[in-house]
Ligand binder design. Sequence first.
Ligand code: ZN
Length: 650
Amino acid sequence: MLVSAVLAMSLIACQQSENSQTTKTDAKNASEKSQQAMKKEMPKVEAEDLSYLIDEHSYANKDEVLLTHLDLDLEVLFDKKQLKGHVDLSFERLQSNAQQLILDTRDLTIDRVTSIDSDGNETDTQFVLADKDAVLGSKLTVELKDGEEKVRIYYNSNPQASGLQWLTPEQTAGKKEPFMFSQAQAIHARSFIPVQDSPDVRVTYKANIKTPKQLLAVMSAYNEPNTPLDGDYQFDMPQAIPPYLIAIGVGDLQFKSMGPRTGVYSEAAYLDSSAKEFEDTEQMIDITEAMYGPYLWGRYDLLILPPSFPFGGMENPRLSFITPTVIAGDKSLINLIAHELAHSWSGNLVTNATWRDLWLNEGFTSYVENRIMEELFDENRSEMENALSVQGLRQQVKSLPVGDTILHITLDGRDPDDAFSGVPYTKGQMFLVFLEQRFGRETFDKFLNQYFGDFAFKSLTTPEFEKYLDKHLIAKYPGKVTQAEIDEWLHSPMLPEFMPNPQSNAFIKVDAASADFISGKLALNDMVTDKWSIHEWLHFINNLPQDISLEKMAELDKAFDLTTTTNNEVAHAWLKLAINRGYGVVNQRLEDYLISIGRRKLIVPLYKALMDTKQGDFAKRVYAIARSGYHPLAQGTVDAIVNPAKPVSK
Ligand SMILES: [Zn+2]
């Protein structure tokens, strides 16, 4: 997933207070239970602390009974905001005497559970759906019969499903048809499928999806580009993926090819512009294959979502979900596509086993993303993007709880969405840049290639990675990196003093021009900006003095039309500065911006700045209009900022 450094503080502020109290006990019980199971299974290693293997965010008894395949048969009911039907769960008994299959659910209605024999005959089976925990949802326990290998669960999701967003026609670009899409990471798959919702579990899946006839369904599976529009769609995902990568989108979608393996699905409004903006996707695949080995997933398509999608992108395999806010017209924000594609190696192929190990997923992906950008453009571009990321990280760590600045984070039952900050992304990436610098790019690339190969279609934890790193890199080339340095990177808070500090020559020139403008030495007419990239503009605005005068702001606005810029990132940076300085000229634009976009990275810091600067009335008024267009995840985040005293349920 691509979120941003800037939003994490608000995410943590709201979700921590919302969830942590209620979940600790249950998470502890779940942990103790898995621990007992593990001890039973592995008596010889009792002395070693294996707690790092426990996924505290799942009730699943995956050490006893492990899901292997799902067959989904669901109808998409827009009027009820429900997915309704059944799922067949195939499993393997890791302990032959296991009597129960334990699954994760959240806000699901379970009608009936049956056992299916090899001839397809069904017999009713006992099940218990426990009370809901605020973070984990409800544990579903299914009694197993001897020899049974498949159960069927009849269920429906409910309108409040945290992993689904239901949009009215008015909330789409086309305004004629409704739209629905899922977002399962981190633990939201359980809100639309009863499943062992742990990144350590991998399943293949097939799906029959029924929709209104005029709509198209797409999934994180093989999508037939020329499928007839008939409201009855079949999908097959033959590669085993963790449940958080199961994804579905349904809407008035069209397809446009971009290359032999690539294309976009989108509403008509974004079809041509997105296919043009992202036309380099095929080349990005070639570049990544040359560096890290073959792309193993068949096709790679993009689904362009309505602007309410709360994230930049989501790396759903074979079909990344993408915000339209990065269609800038000049490819200035397509590092997002590089990021989601990079997950086809780091994350989707090699996965973090628990959410405490998220940096193994996002840090590697941010590293690979930047390498793709360097190859596709040049070092100048990749350096600017790195410098901006690190600036954001340095800013963010100042306001994060100190424990959240550790790569191998401790979550203690908190919502795993809390783990998403610039730390796993950019600190994780800088750790890999550090290793690359110490060992040399050639050696480090060989190591990465072998790593992706050795752990393909597997999940691993940070301690397991450390052992692998030591064996295949550190010990193999002694004297380059010390154990103390590795420990500081992975287990110490804040940023190591020896962290690489990416610099951009282009930014040094921008800084000089900015300083001269602020001091009055340089008039804006004489400032040469016509060749500035979006990155240079972002650097310029982000680094203007926080006490810049309103006159200077008006001067900049007049010269460069910053209030009306169509680049969403530049607009965000400018609006944030304007809020902090009380530059009210932007207010209409700010209102339009907050109502038309639901991407958390772009809206959350603006609401926060409004509240921090005592412009709460404005924030509340605009949010009252905008809220219904936001995704449940964005609503939860903004609710807590705009109405901090009022407890909110997600
Ligand atoms: Zn990501």
